[in-house]
Design a protein around this ligand. Structure first.
Ligand code: G1P
Length: 287
């Protein structure tokens, strides 16, 4: 079996939509209550047995690195003040065996460019990509991994999107559909609603064979001078089968204010410590 050991997390973006919060704090470090968004993606990767997290990062986002470093000083303080219950939150056990690698992306030349920077780190094994803006409550990567191991073809996560929002996503042209996955005939990045081949859009999880790097090298920049991963996937489809897996579960686009707030509400309603108070608060709102 072709084990998926490495996951790429592109986190070099400016986070313009979250200014001013993202001016000094990377948008990936903004918390959904008490956990930074990026940690949700890392935990999802751990769930499928990923051994190495490779961040494609912008050099000034030091706090992401600090967040995933083991902190001896916090551990010491928590032990001294008898707050051992917080140790697991500060230095989670399941991060200890994980390797964290950081690759600098100095220029913003698109998602495809970011992924290509990891070519020499991935070499010839299949790998996962997680875009941390998308937050999934039941592991999307686990659903992809099951299909990958069944087919050995690259697989990408998709969900249905209404036509007013379709221009924000990669959109697939679907071929045959079975109850588990869809064969992709073609794919287009951020089409106009009237040109979209379907209402089935790519959400931020992928498991790709390493041959994608050859296609990324062949991909020309788009109108905005960015190299799109979607365009490389389109080239790859000429030679290889790629499946799409319709994600089953709750998903939040935390790159938008609406998705961010919805995720916060939804997580608060799962938190035993606060859920009853939050429910009462929502009930008494006069809206
Ligand atoms: C990226 C991809 C797009 C995909 C989306 C999912 O776009 O380019 O194909 O549908 O992530 O979130 P971005 O949101 O980075 O503009």
């Amino acid at each position: 079996m072709n084990k998926i050991r490495k996951a790429l997390l592109p986190v070099a973006g400016h986070g313009t939509r979250f200014l001013p919060a993202s001016k000094a704090t990377p948008k990936e470090m903004l918390p959904i209550i008490d956990k930074p968004l990026v940690q949700f993606a890392v935990e999802e990767a751990i769930e499928i047995g990923i051994e190495e997290i490779i961040f494609i990062i912008s050099p000034h986002k030091h706090s992401i690195k600090k967040h995933f470093d083991f902190s001896k000083s916090i551990e010491k303080k928590l032990i001294e003040s008898n707050k051992k219950d917080f140790l697991e939150k500060a230095n989670p056990e399941n991060f200890k065996d994980l390797k964290f690698t950081y690759i600098n992306q100095d220029e913003q030349k698109g998602l495809g460019h970011a992924i290509l920077l990891a070519k020499d780190y991935i070499l010839d094994e299949p790998f996962a990509i997680l875009l941390p803006d998308d937050l999934f409550f039941s592991s999307c990567l686990a659903q992809l991994s099951e299909i990958y191991h069944e087919t050995n073809n690259s697989v990408i996560a998709v969900n249905r999107i209404d036509s007013k929002n379709i221009h924000k996503y990669g959109v697939i042209d679907p071929g045959s559909i079975n109850d588990r996955f869809i064969e992709i005939k073609s794919i287009v990045e951020k089409p106009k609603p009237e040109e979209a081949p379907s209402d089935i859009a790519v959400c931020g999880r992928y498991i790709l064979n390493s041959s994608i790097f050859n296609y990324l090298e062949e991909t020309s920049p788009d109108k905005s001078n960015e190299i799109q991963l979607t365009d490389a996937i389109k080239l790859m489809l000429k030679d290889e089968k790629i499946s799409a897996c319709i994600y089953k579960g709750e998903k939040f686009d935390c790159g938008s204010k609406q998705g961010y707030v919805e995720a916060t509400i939804s997580i608060s309603l799962r938190d035993n410590e606060i859920k009853d108070d939050i429910k009462n608060y929502i009930k008494q709102l006069k809206i």
